[in-house]
Every structure is written in C-alpha cells, then in structure tokens.
Design a protein around this ligand. Structure first.
Ligand code: ZN
Length: 120
C-alpha cells in the first residue's frame, strides 16, 4: 500500500472500527426514540411534541450518522482490498496525517476543498 505503513494501517483500521461502534450505538439510540409505541420516557415525548424543528434536527443527525457510517464501511473495505488512502477523485495518495485526523476521508485535501465549495 503506497504511503501507509502497516502499523499505521492497523491504527487506522482500529480507529475506524471504534468510530463505527460509536455510530451504531448512536443510531440505535436515535432509532429507539423514534420507534412508535416505544418505551421512550415522558421527557422525550414532551420534547417530541413541542417542536417540529427538533424532529427535523433529529432526522438530520441520523442522516449524517448514516452517511458517516457508509463512509467508514467503505474505508474498511478499502483497507481490505488495498485501495485505502488513495483519493477517489484524483487518485493521488492521501497524506497519512490527514487519514489519522479523519480516517473515513476518501478525498485528498485539495479535492475535498473543491467538493466543499461545490466545484466537484
Ligand atoms: Zn484528490
């Protein structure tokens, strides 16, 4: 694997797996709150009834989490097939420092900037 040492690869894989566990837990928690006829406590139902915005925010959080979960799964697949750490846009090697800061990153810094500004 170009640019990534085996020890770093193991570290990144561990970080991804840990992040994945947290996300699944988070999604499970949100899922329970939204379950119809579920066992959510009074505070939850009051909050739910009080504001449509809260519900919207809640569903946005869940959507973001699901998105990140997909990215993490993709990154884990890439670690297995050896394509991890390569920018999916320009095929350049993503610096290990960036991957360590954001293990689910699939774009290099310049491509991410293009994407963030809507140019990609
Ligand atoms: Zn790139």
């Amino acid at each position: 694997m170009p640019g990534i040492r085996k020890t770093e690869k193991e570290k990144l894989k561990k970080a991804l797996l840990e992040q994945r566990v947290e996300l699944v837990e988070e999604l499970r928690r949100h899922g329970e709150v939204e379950e119809p006829g579920g066992t959510s406590d009074l505070k939850d139902s009051e909050e739910r009834a009080s504001s449509v915005t809260d519900l919207w925010v809640e569903s946005r959080i869940v959507a973001d989490d699901r998105n990140l979960l997909e990215k993490i799964d993709l990154a884990l697949e890439k670690i297995e097939d050896g394509s991890y750490g390569i920018c999916t846009n320009c095929k350049e090697v993503i610096p290990v420092a960036r991957l360590l800061a954001k293990p689910s990153a699939s774009l290099c810094v310049s491509c991410q900037e293009l994407k963030d500004t809507g140019k990609l």
